[in-house]
Design a protein around this ligand. Structure first.
Ligand code: FES
Length: 155
């Protein structure tokens, strides 16, 4: 089965971040930005996204889409507050939450697929969460690539 078609029978707690047994809502160890330089592209790894803390103390999910487009968005999932920078970028270009696999369009910040799994994937519930996640999108920051870094454009 392709990664894009995993069914709702997949374990709810399975996440892209398999480094521990605790839910990915707890503080991790974000990369520290240097001024407008958020992260080097070479540090993104297979998940294509990381957590970055700006010099102002704001945590962002920063990554790159499969087509090479960089992005930086708010780091907290609209469902149950998982850290999106601990998720992954799917092959079809969505930011996937590491906990229940809701998906976000990083260009708009809107949730485009609700939570998945045996419990939270219940269609009416998942659709309701998606509606909320669409009405209250993630913040989006303007970024560009500069010398191998993903950089904020406007501070
Ligand atoms: S916490 Fe993100 S989908 Fe549940």
């Amino acid at each position: 089965m392709s990664e894009e078609r995993r069914g709702p029978d997949r374990d709810d707690a399975v996440s892209a971040d398999r480094s521990g047994v605790l839910p990915p809502v707890l503080p991790a160890d974000p990369i520290r930005a240097r001024g407008r330089r958020l992260v080097e592209v070479s540090r993104l790894g297979d998940r294509r996204v990381v957590e970055v803390r700006t010099e102002d103390g704001v945590d962002l999910a920063v990554g790159m889409l499969p087509d090479g487009t960089p992005f930086a968005v708010g780091n907290v999932c609209r469902h149950q507050l998982a850290k999106l920078g601990r998720g992954r970028v799917t092959d079809r270009g969505c930011l996937e939450c590491p906990w229940h696999r809701a998906e976000y369009d990083v260009r708009t910040g809107k949730m485009v697929t609700g939570p998945q799994g045996m419990i939270f994937g219940f269609p009416p519930y998942s659709a309701g969460v998606r509606a909320i996640g669409s009405l209250v999108p993630l913040s989006t920051r303007r970024v560009s690539l500069l010398d191998g870094w993903i950089c904020l454009i406007d501070g």
